[in-house]
Design a protein around this ligand. Sequence first.
Ligand code: ADP
Ligand code: MG
Length: 842
Amino acid sequence: MTEQNKNQLKGLTKDEVRVLQEKFGKNRLVPEKKENFFLKIIQVLKEPMFLLLIAAAIIYFLLGEPRDGTIMLVFVVGIISIDVIQEWKTDKTLNALKNLSAPHITVIRDGIECTINSEDLVPGDLMMIAEGVKLPADGKVIKANDLCIDESSLTGEAEGVWKCIDDSGNKDYWKKDHCYAGTLVTQGTGVILIEKIGAETEYGKIGINVAEAPDRPTPMEKQTRKLVKVCAAIAAVLFLLVCIITYFNLPDHQLKERLIESILSGITLAMAMIPEEFPVILTVFLSMGAWRLAKKNSLVRRLPSVETLGAVSVLCVDKTGTITMNKMRVRECWAISNNIKETNKIMGMACEVDAYDPMEHAMLDYCEENNIAKEELFKGELISEYSFTNERKMMGHVWKLNGEVVIASKGSPEKILTLCNLDKNEKKIIESKIFNMSSQGLRVIGIGKMILKDEKDIPETLEECSLEFLGLVGLQDPPRENVKNDIASCVRAGIRVVMITGDNGITASAIAKQVGIPHSSVIITGDELNTMTDDELQERIKDVSIFSRVMPEHKMRIVKAFKENGDVVAMTGDGVNDAPALKYADIGIAMGKRGSEVSREAADLILLDDNFSTIVDTIKDGRRIYDNIRKAIGYVFTIHIPIAFASLLAPMLNIRPSMLLLLPVHVVLLELIIDPTCSIVLERQPAESDIMERKPRNPKESILTTSVLVKSIIQGMILFVASFASYYLYLKANPEQAEVARSIGLAIIMLSNVLLVQVNSSESEFAYKSLINLKKDHVMWAVGIGTLIGLGVILYTPIAEFLSLAPLNLNQIFRVVVTSVAAVMWYEIVKLFKKIRKGRIK
Ligand code: ADP
Ligand code: MG
């Protein structure tokens, strides 16, 4: 586009856009769903936990104890508020994430190119499109440069359609001077004047694909659902048991009272046993995790990917731009006949006038450094071009210059050489030069030209040309700064890094050596791949980590082979053709900067800075999040054990319902503490120090492993014994002081809860270390100190009476503290032993 043309395209002004947006609305196929606040509350109310709560409240009223009933209801409102706020926050986070990863498009407004959310497109907008863009609306083509569009999603026609500016002679329904929403630019560039958006588009009218695919539950969701069901079933059985026992424990009461008291005891137990936190943990941890990742330049498009990330065992990455900086510089230029100037000139003429590829930029810069100005390079008339494809790996420009036709061509030397007529000796010289350059890690490009007298002689394809070989150019693309360290940390973490590139094998291997990829001397080339069977490939990839001269189609086979071997594969891709492989990989990673829209749409993760280090950080965070989910689930088990057992054991010990350690109110009270502890404190736990020293976790392993379960049960049982024994012994000695006994037991549980989080925050580090790590985390402190203040309030203010509690004296407080510390901190000693043993083994 020349300067003048650019000026002509002013596009809409801000004010016009505002008016049009009001008139036409958002560019959406289906109108946005409005979130219904009441629906949300009803959803929360449908949880079994709330049904139990409500039932308990009703029973209190029936018992003629409206005070207790009211307290229950107040708590119910409290829990509903926490849940609704939680959901609202998660929704907000998820929507923000969705917006960030929503399709974007470049438009010209107020004469300036700007990137906007595709939803904000209006009729009248000027949209700039290029290879890889998926069209978000219908419009008329006003500029087309080699513009080819795949319309198969609309017309079923597999062949690409070449677009032009005027198609008035054509009677077909689908116009060649129009572009349609839902189709894909496969080549070239263009400018489109938007005419129709949203449901008005042809795509919208057909109504295909409009309904979003329903979210299928992930393995982890399935696991937790199963867990909840198992717990609920056990709860139901125990509910009956407790009801019956309590009933027979109360022979001296009236029938109505007997019934109601026993049901109440049962309900307390059921409330204590249903792990309603599990689903909350999943959504909160994953969405908060995704949010934290987004702040670190990595956008998660599908929430469950966060959990898969931690299991990645193979990381397939593109070389150019991910491992390297994609900042090319010409390092060496070699001409076979010593005519460097001509080689440079043809190299420049083979570049796009509006170069966008970093390599071509580097070439044009080099020409300029050697005093060949752009004006001189491009003074002829560009009459035709042979475009670059991944299969061809070379390209050519046909110039009309001084009455001659000059074909300037550049590409991978292997391909260029096949078009040149060279004798054995020359070939040998060239090949040794290629080897020499590539071993230094340079990307080598061959340059060739062809002179014709007549335009009529221009060959149909580049392959039919017979070129005169001019020379070679070596370009350097230095590795990104931190790549070496990151690859080393992947190696320690048991993650294989596999490099995939369209470049030459020797270059690839030299770069791999520079950045420290293991086994960098063995390579599989695209040609070898073509001749291999899937089984052979599966065997070979066990120890080969470099693939050179591959085409995007090969990526699919590579991912497949790794997956067949049982690996969890993350794969990067930027091109249109990478989309299938990205979809197929466990974690498809698209590039935010240079990636195509299509690849972004197919990906699970978008890398905003295209940086390898970010991938490694993301995997590390994935591991941390999974760890924390596991810790949280373990914690929920542990803390429910003293509550559930207390409710279960009381009727067996024939404790009167009014003297129980935990009345329904107290169970609810504890829930009010457990929920935030989980979703705030445990979610924020930093990564364990050895998180990138372990092997990737087995993807088949269940979230609740035996060791986690055993640990939780032991911790929980000790907590139970500590709290229940303290309460029971006191009650035995002072049968008329049930309130004090209860307060002792409850205080032990609450205090232990605060300590437990610290102890369990790391498997290897001591609790004081975790505390030091969290020194600056105000939120974490707020929850811990809040719990202690809450304990003070319920014991030492008039509220105590409402809750059937009583203040404790100093002596009792002292005993509570000692008991809690002992009941929780013993695990520190286990850690110490683990450390000693580890030290010995090492
Ligand atoms: P990578 O996987 O490193 O991104 P590409 O697929 O971009 O590699 O390129 C593969 C090969 O194609 C390059 O090594 C080069 O030989 C050739 N090539 C790439 N871009 C161009 C271009 N604009 N002109 C000529 N040849 C090119
Ligand atoms: Mg590339």
